[in-house]
Ligand binder design. Structure first.
Ligand SMILES: Cc1cc2nc3c(=O)[nH]c(=O)nc-3n(C[C@H](O)[C@H](O)[C@H](O)COP(=O)(O)OP(=O)(O)OC[C@H]3O[C@@H](n4cnc5c(N)ncnc54)[C@H](O)[C@@H]3O)c2cc1C
Length: 407
């Protein structure tokens, strides 16, 4: 079998890998995108029990990839974010609300169903003539001074200047490259589902902090919301095996009747949670992006937002360097990617990890500190504004695409 020549091989056509393929394909790179599980077509997809809350610049990046027109009607703007601490059952809950209008915006971002997001991106992939999709699994690669040869389990061999691993948190590319990870298992499972409810959600995304972990309701179009309910593995296992009406009752108790009467529309499904952080995001002729580089628990909805920032920065660096005639797989180019991404990745991973441990903590002193922290934040206006800006638009490594500019 002959060797296919291309500019870039991307392993993994999840939301991050497919976005990157589209951004690179649009500016003229030849790309081979590899995944054993291509998403269903947009028409065939139905909403599953999972959505992603995409904040601030992420929507700009999806617009740049040409998929926002398809997704906007299926997505719901989030005007307000509310955090409620209900950890002290005997005391009044403490809460804080952040309004997008206070930050001079109409909305913080949008809640987007996962399956249509992947399908819309994959349709863009198929429309771009210079992206070739291979339904296969990564097998191995060999890097040398002039390029990289990637082998797939189909027996195909591809020669490129650069290999990008966007193959998720158990990345085979990362493992083959010998890049170690730092892992933390929280002993928690996220239960996700979609519910119908009688009260309007008023475009408010609410995160209830309980001793076992957070429970979030995130608005969807109409009187529907997606739910992410974090519990210990043992408790989650029990909840996932309840009958439908029993689960509805348990969820109602968990969210304190927040949205009126509720019925289950989709799910529930369980997702074990951990943090996985690659010790490096580059190796000779290789860059890691998205969950292959960092996977986070869902508290404060950072995961894909962080990943899309990787993808936007990598697309910008590769485009700029190619325009200057520089070898896009060379070490200075890879170093530039690592240098621009490390602060954003390190601070987000550490921040989410600390927050997740802090929230899922039943020690009395920590519960008290958590409640006092929310009260302080709510009562000191500049502090609240600062928290909101940091959450909204991380200025660390802002790419042109994140600012709504062209590549
Ligand atoms: C419960 C939950 C709620 C979440 N909520 C939010 C949220 O509100 N906001 C947010 O920003 N993030 C959220 N996240 C995180 C977000 O869902 C993930 O970051 C995102 O889906 C991961 O995208 P990815 O493209 O990096 O990886 P994946 O979606 O895992 O894609 C990896 C792809 O690589 C392919 N692959 C794997 N191995 C190979 C191989 N050997 N060869 C070829 N291909 C391979 C897989 O088939 C897959 O298609 C949440 C996560 C969870 C668990």
């Amino acid at each position: 079998m002959g060797t296919k020549q291309t500019d870039i091989v991307i392993i993994g056509a999840g939301a991050a890998g497919a976005t990157l393929a589209v951004l690179l394909g649009q500016v003229g790179f030849d790309v081979v995108l590899v995944d054993p599980y291509p998403p269903k077509s947009f028409k065939q997809t139905e909403t599953t029990g999972r959505t992603v809350a995409l904040i601030g610049s992420s929507v700009e990046i999806l617009k740049a990839a040409g998929v926002w027109d398809k997704l906007e009607g299926l997505s719901c703007p989030m005007h307000t974010m509310k955090i409620i601490d209900v950890s002290k059952g005997d005391k009044e809950p403490v809460s804080i609300e952040f309004d997008a209008m206070d930050a001079g915006r109409d909305e913080f971002g949008y809640n987007i169903p996962n399956a249509p997001l992947r399908a819309a991106l994959f349709e863009r992939v198929q429309k771009l003539k210079n992206i070739q999709f291979r339904e296969a699994r990564f097998h191995d690669y060999r890097a040398d001074e002039h390029g990289v040869t990637v082998r797939l389990d189909s027996g195909d061999e591809i020669r490129a200047q650069l290999l990008i691993g966007a193959d998720g948190k158990n990345s085979a590319v990362r493992e083959f490259a010998g890049i170690q990870t730092r892992n933390h298992d929280y002993g928690q499972t996220a239960i996700t589902c979609i519910i119908n409810h009688s009260k309007s959600h008023q475009n408010i995304s609410t995160e209830c902090h309980t001793p076992n972990g957070p429970t979030a309701t995130v608005p969807m179009p109409g009187n529907q919301s997606s739910v992410v309910w974090v519990e210990t593995h043992e408790k989650a296992e029990g909840l996932l095996h309840l009958k439908k009406h029993e689960f509805e009752q348990a969820l109602q108790a968990q969210i304190h009747n927040l949205l009126g009467g509720l019925t289950l529309e989709k799910g529930p499904e369980g997702w074990p949670l951990d943090t996985v952080k690659a010790r490096d995001i580059i190796a000779p002729r290789l860059a890691l992006a998205a969950e292959a580089a960092h996977a986070l628990p869902p508290i404060t909805a950072q995961g894909l937002n962080l990943s899309l920032r990787d993808v936007a920065t990598l697309a910008e660096i590769l485009t700029d360097k190619a325009r200057l005639g520089v070898d896009i797989g060379s070490q200075p180019v890879l170093n530039a990617y690592k240098k621009r991404r490390h602060l954003d990745i390190d601070t987000r991973v550490a921040g989410v990890d600390i927050l997740n441990r802090f929230v899922a903590n039943d020690v009395a002193a920590i519960k008290g500190a958590r409640r006092a922290g929310l009260k302080t934040l709510d009562s000191i206006y500049p502090l609240k504004m600062l928290a909101m800006r940091v959450g909204l638009s991380p200025k660390i490594d802002e790419s042109r695409l994140a600012r709504g500019e062209a590549l």
